[in-house]
Ligand binder design. Structure first.
Ligand SMILES: Nc1ncnc2c1ncn2[C@@H]1O[C@H](COP(=O)(O)OP(=O)(O)OP(=O)(O)O)[C@@H](O)[C@H]1O
Ligand SMILES: N[C@@H](CCO)C(=O)O
Length: 309
């Protein structure tokens, strides 16, 4: 890559869709872009407000992922300067860390000439996270349904849904660690069966394009909504009122605190306006599913890079 820079773009993601906890996720059209050039030592810079204060050296998550992967591949990791641009808000449930993990994997694959398959990238990411629902959409785009275990990551790419998305993004951050820490260590047997049934219907409804039923199931989650609701004022209200606003349904996006609304194609702006009016504490935005997942290409060193917005 002498005389060139490597460009990596990775979409945001909305994990869970309610009862698809830790297994279902949708790629969203917000992007982390990295421009990578060979350098004397590792450094990370950014002009994006979202990344203010992010580590600029080897304590950056992207470097930690890259170093771990290079070791696993038994490859030398050449030092690079990484310039990042993003419009994925951090610690808001839109997969900023998953995007950083996939960006680290894509970068390592390129700068060490490892030539990893998509499946190998997915397995590494799934092991890193312990679940595939946020890293999967970042890598593949569209909707993924997956299950992680020590032995394998089983995954189905469920295409790209023809829907609008509305995201209600609160100002305050919520770290995934905190939102996972609040979950119970165990779920009573009967409750687990109830959760599994709702989750099965959610999956069947996604695969048959029955978005009205998807919306019905989103609000019936028993795995995480009941425990996390206390951390996200407005979540339960928006979920209950989602259909009245014209959405199919709503759920906590990832570990929160963003609320994801699934909306009939073409109705996004109408629904966005109504929710924004009633919930001024949220920044309510239109979004769309991302189709492509992570992208990698090279440009000349002095060439400008098109930043997806
Ligand atoms: N581009 C980046 N470079 C380095 N670190 C990042 C980058 N983006 C995110 N991170 C790290 O990830 C943390 C946020 O991760 P966290 O898992 O809490 O939330 P999230 O990934 O945005 O949301 P969710 O997991 O619920 O979808 C940030 O505080 C930061 O440490
Ligand atoms: N499934 C994960 C996504 C965030 O990493 C959670 O809800 O905790």
């Amino acid at each position: 890559m002498r005389g060139e820079k490597l460009v990596v773009t990775v979409p945001a993601s909305s994990a869970n869709l309610g009862p698809g906890f830790d297994s279902i996720g949708l790629a969203v059209d917000r992007y982390l872009t990295m421009e990578v050039t060979l350098a004397e030592e590792w450094s990370f810079t950014s002009d994006s407000a979202e990344l203010e204060g992010i580590p600029s050296g080897k304590d950056n998550l992207i470097y930690i992922v890259a170093e771990t992967l290079a070791k696993e591949l038994n490859k030398e990791l050449p030092a690079c300067h990484v310039h990042m641009t993003t419009n994925i808000p951090l610690a808001r449930g839109l997969g900023s860390s998953a995007a950083a993990i996939i960006a680290g994997i894509e970068m390592t694959d390129q700068i060490t000439s490892a030539d990893m398959t998509k499946e190998e990238k997915m397995r590494f990411a799934s092991i890193w996270e312990g679940h595939p629902d946020n890293v999967g959409p970042c890598l593949y785009g569209g909707l993924i349904i997956g299950a992680h275990s020590i032995d394998a990551t089983s995954m189905v790419h469920a295409g790209v849904p023809d829907i609008d998305i509305v995201i209600a993004v609160p100002e305050q951050e919520l770290m995934t660690k905190k939102a996972r820490g609040i979950l119970p260590a165990q779920l009573p047997y009967k409750e687990a069966i109830k959760g599994s049934a709702v989750s099965n219907v959610l999956t069947a409804a996604i695969l048959t394009g029955n978005w009205e039923l998807v919306g019905d199931m989103m609000v019936r989650d028993v795995f995480h909504h009941p425990y996390r609701a206390g951390l996200v004022p407005g979540l339960m209200d928006i979920m209950q009122e989602a259909k009245a606003y014209g959405a199919h349904g709503a759920a906590l996006s990832g570990a929160g605190p963003t609320v994801l609304c699934i909306v009939p194609k073409g109705d996004g702006e109408k629904v966005r306006k109504k929710i924004q009016l009633d919930y001024p504490a949220f920044d309510v935005q239109i979004a769309a599913p991302d189709h492509k997942g992570s992208q990698v290409y090279y440009v000349k060193l002095d060439a400008g890079v098109e930043i997806p917005s």
